[in-house]
Design a protein around this ligand. Structure first.
Ligand code: NAD
Length: 257
């Protein structure tokens, strides 16, 4: 899959999945922009991935997906630097300190903050990039949702652990899938497509109990590795998916079935 020097912005690009998306983009001949609110980790990630890949086309730019001025500044900077922006991957993920509360403990202020900072940010970022894509004559937006945007949580997999799927997570990830379809339809005729990827759980040092519970729900592998999402991402970024619009690709080893 050749991304032909496309300029691709990944919000939350220095996070766990963001880093692997950036790496995939750069190693498939894309220009990968780590866009993150955390400047220190962003710079560190850029240097680390440049060393790991031996590639120069990895950049860091500050963005706060909840600040219009910050998004506009990033867009202007990239146009100045590259003359175009080909795609936006909405991948950033905010959690406040009460994010993981169980249903009956959730306070409305925390629900609202986590909802706004994520869903509001995905909307604002998409709106501002779409404004630019409209002028440019083309664009591509990929929203990173989740299996828990598609189905309600399988609470049984948390048995014997303190974890849960927060109600606000299910709320903003399901809303993001609908937002994707809304935008795909609203932007019809502007040569801007909008699709989603809904990953299953990606292994990141979860407890053995959780990993085993999770695996029982899957077809073969269970929890995924970061690289397992690469195919869907590259496909949606490439011309192979030129006429795919308003769709959601679930990558989950059959978890939702
Ligand atoms: N990790 C998984 O197993 C998994 C599974 C399904 C879906 N997802 C989705 O993948 C995405 C990435 O998840 P992750 O596990 O890599 O998360 P992560 O916490 O490792 O990374 C999130 C990144 O977003 C950045 N961020 C937070 N607020 C921001 C803001 N306002 N503006 C810009 N950047 C901001 C953080 O600095 C961080 O680098 C999320 O949307 C998540 O819902 C993850």
């Amino acid at each position: 899959m050749d991304l032909n020097q496309q300029v691709i912005v990944v919000t939350g690009g220095s996070g766990f999945l963001g880093q692997s998306f950036i790496k995939s983009i750069a190693t498939h001949n894309g220009i990968a922009i780590i866009a993150d609110v955390d400047d220190y980790t962003g710079q560190q990630t850029k240097e680390k991935l440049k060393t790991e890949t031996g590639l120069d086309q990895i950049y860091f730019q500050h963005i706060d997906i909840n600040e219009k001025s910050s998004i506009c500044q990033l867009v202007s900077q990239l146009i100045k630097q590259f003359g175009r922006i080909d795609a936006l991957v909405n991948n950033a993920y905010f959690r406040n300190e009460r994010f993981w509360d169980h249903f009956f403990d959730v306070q409305l202020e925390d629900f609202n903050e986590n909802l706004t900072m994520n869903l509001g940010g995905y909307f604002l970022c998409s709106q501002q990039f779409a404004e630019y894509f409209k002028k440019q004559g083309y664009g591509n937006i990929i929203n990173v949702s989740s299996i828990y945007g598609v189905i309600p949580p399988k609470f049984e997999i948390y048995k014997g652990t303190s974890r849960t799927t927060p109600v606000v997570y299910a709320s903003f990830k399901s809303a993001l899938l609908h937002l994707s379809k809304y935008m795909a339809k609203y932007l019809k005729g502007l040569n801007i497509r909008v699709n989603s990827i809904s990953p299953g759980g990606v292994y990141n040092n979860e407890s053995e109990t959780f990993v085993q519970n999770y695996k029982k729900q899957c077809a073969t592998k269970g929890m995924l590795d970061q690289e397992d999402l690469q195919g869907a991402l590259l496909f949606l970024l490439s011309d192979h998916s030129k006429f795919i619009n308003g769709q959601n690709i679930v990558v989950d080893d059959g978890f939702i079935l």
